[in-house]
Design a protein around this ligand. Structure first.
Ligand SMILES: Cc1ncc(COP(=O)(O)O)c(C=O)c1O
Length: 510
């Protein structure tokens, strides 16, 4: 088994490097670009808009900047380095050609204030992408504006509000139903849009408990948010019945698209009865993610709801692409300009290069990889697969490490830290919350059989270490740039240092 040692630099912050007057780039003098029209008038920032003092930026040479960030990157783990089985986050390998295309000057030097007639090419890309996403999800129209899945959820909840407001029953529609296996952003988005989140339990098969759902539904139900396959990787087979229950009370069905990778080209949320669907471009469609962004969370809706989508909408008129702001029922704007364009261009390139058959194969291989892993991990007879273990999972699976807790006091977090010592990123842990000591594994379609086998072998080795040398696992990681962090200190408002300014002002107790 290959060893793993992460590079360890005691790297100062960028503010501690360089010295006054040093620079890496000489900015040429500003020339008046409209000299011919305005003569010799100079373009200045008006006095009242200028800072009194220049910002205290670090002053470094180019080589210092390059070395600083290269050292930092060596102390990090990324999907280009190895297996990254972060469940529900779909950390797949992103083809480099997508990055290349998104960075072409003809695309990335465009300015959002340009006249629409001068950006016909990018508008065509966005319009085509939105049509493809509508086709893939079985929706009528797609807005590309939301910046992430959670942002799509929020927009979806605002559209539910707008729909019920127009039907004159918003004051009655106060509740949004969410299963207990859902991601935390679901109830948060519901609450931000002014709804009360009603949590419905899962049944013993791991699916939403249909009887509990029936008793939660009433004339106060604005809608239901559902992830399918759900966060256990299980396909909600009763989806047609569930859709009927919600639609019978004039509620709307929202599809959390975090797990869309599992069903690409196989089945469409729109055909399952969903009225509103978000897509996490940064998970399913070949755009990198991590560290909170930048992502894109386009939202597709049924024909009836299209009028509520945010403005501007990209339309085609007389063969030209136009930005249409004239939508009286629109919920307005939810983001500046038109969305995270470079992420959307990557998705366009990804879909174009794979085609319909390639997308379908993506789903098939990701499901195959998961079920291969399940078989291999179950053979170790250490980690338990909760809920119906005979039932195949889709793109991800959730194991519980509870037996190791009971036997040796080892928790999932210890296992996840020890995985890092073997050069493997941790799966998602402690989610979904309905599984004790949860370890949520999503291999995606982009890792080879050898990599999957190595992961299983490492899990076997760790289980062995738990028995023979539990201290090793408690103290992991040892081979990484930083060893075990105090998670409480790292997330407590009193001890967090969020900026250099906070650090030098001594506001931190670290
Ligand atoms: C099931 C599920 N829903 C929603 C989200 C939120 O998506 P985003 O991170 O793009 O905001 C996630 C994020 O991982 C998720 O796993």
């Amino acid at each position: 088994m290959p060893g793993f040692r992460q590079t360890r630099w005691s790297e100062p912050t960028v503010f501690e490097l360089g010295c006054e007057g040093r620079s890496g780039y000489l900015v040429p003098p500003i020339e008046n670009p409209i000299k011919e029209e305005l003569g010799d008038i100079q373009i200045f920032i008006p006095e009242r808009m200028r800072r009194q003092e220049p910002p205290k930026l670090p002053e470094l040479s180019e080589v210092e900047v390059v070395r600083h960030f290269t050292r930092l990157s060596q102390m990090n783990y990324c999907v280009d380095l190895g297996f990254y089985p972060l469940g529900s986050c779909t950390m797949k390998y992103n083809p480099k050609i997508n990055d290349y295309l998104a960075s072409l000057p003809s695309l990335n030097l465009l300015h959002p204030y340009q006249d629409e007639m001068t950006v016909q090419g990018v508008l065509e890309i966005l319009h085509t992408l939105s049509r493809w996403l509508a086709e893939i999800t079985g929706t009528y129209e797609v807005s590309l504006q939301p910046a992430a899945g959670a942002h799509g959820e929020f927009l979806g909840a605002l559209i539910m509000r707008a729909y019920h407001m127009l039907s004159d029953d918003l004051s009655e529609r106060t509740e949004l139903i969410i299963p207990d296996s859902a991601h935390g952003t679901n109830p948060a988005s519901a609450a931000m849009a002014g709804f009360k989140a009603i949590i419905v339990p899962s049944d013993k098969t791991g699916c939403i408990d249909v009887d509990a759902l029936k008793s939660a539904v009433s004339n106060q139900t604005a809608g239901l948010m559902l992830t399918n396959p759900n966060t256990l990787g299980i396909f909600e087979e009763n989806i047609a019945e569930i859709a009927g229950i919600i639609h019978d009370v004039n509620g709307l069905l929202y599809y959390d698209g975090a797990n869309l990778n599992a069903i690409l080209g196989k089945v469409r949320p729109g055909d399952m009865g969903f009225d509103i669907v978000h897509i996490n471009i940064h998970k399913t469609f070949g755009a990198p993610h991590g560290g909170g962004g930048p992502g894109a969370g386009p939202l597709g809706v049924s024909e009836e709801l299209a009028k509520f989508l945010p403005v501007p909408r990209i339309i085609v008129e007389d063969g030209k692409y136009r930005l249409d702001y004239n939508q009286p029922h629109s919920i307005g704007k939810i983001r500046s300009f038109y969305g995270n364009i470079s992420v959307l261009i990557r998705a366009y390139a990804y879909i174009l290069s794979l085609g319909a058959e390639g997308l379908k194969e993506t789903a098939e291989i990701s499901v195959l990889n998961t079920n291969y892993l399940i078989k291999k991990i179950r053979e170790l007879d250490v980690y338990k697969l909760p809920y119906d273990s005979k039932r195949p999972r889709k793109h991800e699976c959730v194991f519980s490490t509870k037996p190791l807790l009971e036997e040796k006091g080892i928790r999932t977090i210890d296992i996840s830290k020890r995985l890092l010592d073997y050069g493997i990123h941790s799966p998602t842990i402690y989610f979904p919350m309905i599984v004790e000591e949860a370890m949520m594994i999503e291999p995606t379609e982009s890792f080879e059989k050898e990599e999957l086998d190595r992961f299983v072998e490492v899990l076997r080795k760790i289980a062995q270490e738990v028995k023979t040398n539990p201290e090793l696992v408690f103290q992991a990681p040892k081979n990484t740039a930083v060893t075990r962090l105090d998670e409480m200190k790292a997330s407590h408002p009193k001890t967090m240092t969020l900026s250099w300014r906070m650090h030098i002002k001594g506001q931190s107790n670290l």
